[in-house]
Design a protein around this ligand. Structure first.
Ligand code: ZN
Length: 500
């Protein structure tokens, strides 16, 4: 047995522990009775501790050193060289954080979520303030342990988007801000009114579910290696390439809710089902980053699911399923309704154009706090003033403002920008795919997606975590990550729908 084999055996066991924890997490959010909560927290904590301890053990460090000699001559993109490179990076990072800090963060954030839930329900930021202050302090401590060169935010960002830098994000967001703020204003001033009332009617839940499954299958989601269930918040989870599950939620009175969340999660699931089998039970099995993951979900949800081509095939079908609700709306009316642009207070309900302004606001606030330029005490005012600048609205209360997202209470700082990165990467990938295979666009209109899926499989999915996200995007599209493709896509779409 080579040293690399010994290392792979150890890493395989760690993957098993993580997959077991993921199954418990899936069950918790789908079928577990409420009474199971306390025991489940213990079970999850034990599995997570075991996998973490096994990974940071000196034995893994030793095996990494010994196996390095065996893999030194292998090509950069080979499975083995990539495994060594990525595992070494993960290992060094995991060893930098003292277990006492990990435990303190886990304790504080589990309390944080509870306090946030109350504080949001009462729309009282003052309740949340002390624990939020503590969370930001702990995240600053964490960043210092993880180390950084230029910006403290880099260390936190790197956990979700390896290799991404604050300065690169600042430039991307500046570009977005410069173009999106006037674009939103031009929509508000447009004389063309988009009416989405047809979407707010009664839609039979079982029929919504069935239609979603029909589209999932068409997209290429393999139900022999996956399944869909219901949960309060839709998510995707993977226990192996051959078991990738999604969830959805259904709103009887609003058609887009289940439909687009199903397409979104399907995009995540197609990615996980497409990872090369040779990367199974290694740290390379899974997505390259949150941003790349989100690029896959956004591509299927928006670039496909909100496109004319897609609905040319599916609208007649949808009309036949919901004849009463959809008989009076034209194809064009429906297409416009699902693409309505309207500044709103809540990020998760935002349309494609305003969405990234919500993310920009959070990114700026996080950076200012970590830089000690903004005090947590002043967050609500800072939030409202940025909302006014970017979206022209001021939240009437903190529930619809600074308290709306769970992320900060959970210690997820440096996470929000990955949503926008996903949007940018999705269009850059789609542009590259349709340039290389123009037939993709005609196939959409026939409900046929295999060529697009195959392109994504080749350029993105199969590689798992082998490459850094920026590396992967550049290899797939031939250029570094930019906002250009995204801005072009949005500007053209808005001009088409609003006549701007
Ligand atoms: Zn997502």
């Amino acid at each position: 047995m080579t040293q690399l084999d010994r290392l792979k055996t150890r890493l395989g066991e760690i993957c098993d522990l993580r997959a077991a924890a993921a199954i418990l997490g899936w069950d918790q959010q789908t079928y577990m009775p409420p009474g199971g909560g306390a025991a489940r927290s213990e079970q999850l904590a034990t599995l997570q501790r075991l996998s973490h301890e096994t990974f940071i053990s000196p034995e893994v460090g030793e095996l990494l050193e010994l196996a390095a000699a065996e893999t030194a001559d292998l090509a950069y993109d080979s499975d083995e060289a990539s495994l060594m490179r990525v595992t070494r990076r993960d290992y060094q990072k995991a060893r930098k954080v003292p277990p006492s800090l990990v435990a303190e963060i886990a304790r504080t954030t589990s309390q944080g979520i509870e306090v946030w839930t109350n504080s949001k329900a009462q729309s009282d930021f003052a309740l949340f303030r002390p624990v939020l202050k503590r969370i930001f302090q702990l995240e600053q401590d964490l960043a210092r342990c993880l180390e950084f060169d230029e910006h403290i935010y880099d260390a936190l960002l790197d956990q979700y988007e390896p290799g991404m830098k604050t300065n690169v994000l600042k430039a991307l967001f500046a570009d977005l801000r410069q173009h999106l703020v006037p674009l939103v204003q031009s929509v508000s001033q447009s004389r063309r009114h988009v009416d989405d009332s047809a979407l707010h009617q009664l839609y039979d839940p079982q029929k919504q579910w069935d239609f979603g499954v029909e589209v999932l299958k068409r997209f290429g989601y393999d139900l022999k290696r996956g399944r869909q269930d219901k949960s309060a918040h839709p998510f995707t989870t993977s226990f192996s390439v051959n078991d990738v599950r999604i969830t959805t939620r259904i709103d009887e009175g609003f058609l887009p809710s289940a439909l687009f969340s199903t397409l979104h999660e399907c995009g995540h699931a197609l990615y996980e089902q497409g990872v090369s089998h040779s990367l199974e039970r290694t740290p390379l099995g899974g997505g390259a980053s949150l941003g790349i993951h989100e690029s896959q979900s956004r591509l299927w949800e928006n670039l496909i699911g909100r496109s004319r081509g897609f609905w040319q095939f599916f609208f007649p079908r949808l009309q036949s399923i919901f004849p009463q609700a959809l008989s009076k709306i034209s194809f064009e009316g429906f297409y416009r309704a699902i693409n309505l642009v309207q500044p709103s207070l809540i990020r998760v309900e935002a349309d494609e154009v305003t969405y990234n302004l919500h993310v920009l606001l959070r990114f700026e606030l996080e950076v200012e706090i970590l830089d000690n330029r903004l005090n947590v005490d002043d967050l609500p005012e800072a939030w409202n003033s940025k909302m006014k600048t970017y979206l022209g609205m001021i939240p009437p209360d903190d529930t619809q403002g600074v308290l709306q997202d769970v992320h900060w209470s959970n210690g997820l700082i440096g996470y929000f920008p990955t949503y926008t990165l996903g949007n940018l990467i999705s269009t850059q990938l789609f542009e590259a795919a349709t340039r290389e295979c123009p037939a993709i666009l005609q196939q959409l209109e026939q409900g046929e997606f295999s060529e697009l899926l195959n392109w994504l499989r080749r350029h993105v999915h199969q590689h798992g975590r082998k490459f850094l996200p920026t590396e992967l995007a550049e290899r797939a599209t031939g250029k570094p990550l930019q906002a250009d493709a995204y801005l072009k896509y949005l500007t053209e779409k808005v001009a088409d729908i609003y006549g701007t």
